[in-house]
Write a protein that binds this ligand. Sequence first.
Ligand code: URA
Length: 252
Amino acid sequence: MTSRRSKDGDIEAGRGPRLDGYLSRAGLASRKQARALIRQGRVSVDGKVCRDASRRIEDEIVALDEALVDSPVERADYLMHKPVGVACSHDEREAPLVFDLLDDTFRHRKLKIAGRLDRETSGLLVLTTDGDFIHRMTHPTRKVAKRYRVTYRGTLPEDAAQRCREGMLLTGDETPTRPAELSVEGAGRATLVLREGRTHQVRRMFRAMGAIVTALHRDRVASLELPADLDPGDLRPLEPEERALLLRDSSL
Ligand code: URA
């Protein structure tokens, strides 16, 4: 399995973050706004105005409008396009793992997955060092919406959408599923939006309705869509605006 770097090369082995990334991680601005501040000459590095957003920062002193910018906290959030065939696990016995797709720069961080996908499911995956973020994204009381594109074999019953809306008791579960939105798009294709995350939930719901899921892809979590330019297997740091989109719709 090849190891990947973030697309914009934000962090590279042995090098600090870019100046625009440094400012955005410090919570001062989005990456785009940071570039504008840098262009306007409002940012200095070791006392000199720096107009180069790609300048790497190791332990230099960064200031915005002459106010010192604290070094960004060691929180790290990444967005991955999970490919089919890798497990969302730290257990080497389940290899290949999504963590095998990270290069050493990312791997040393204590990254955890905010909302796992099955080995055979592809799509939007968030990796983070922030336990509170994981809780906010995954706790059932938050009801964060996850949209799945489903390809299936077999025929769904006419009342499939109603059954998903009303909830169904799946084998081995003690409570019915929470209301979910099913749209059947014809020719074995459907979209299902869940607001909880039970093990193999989409596959089990389809099986309970008499169909077999043959391909599953998560293309949206809360208000964040999987970026079209993120290829399967790639990951990059999550932008502050994307983090906000992920948390915007949580119900607490
Ligand atoms: N439901 C599933 O069945 N699998 C996933 O990976 C996610 C939701």
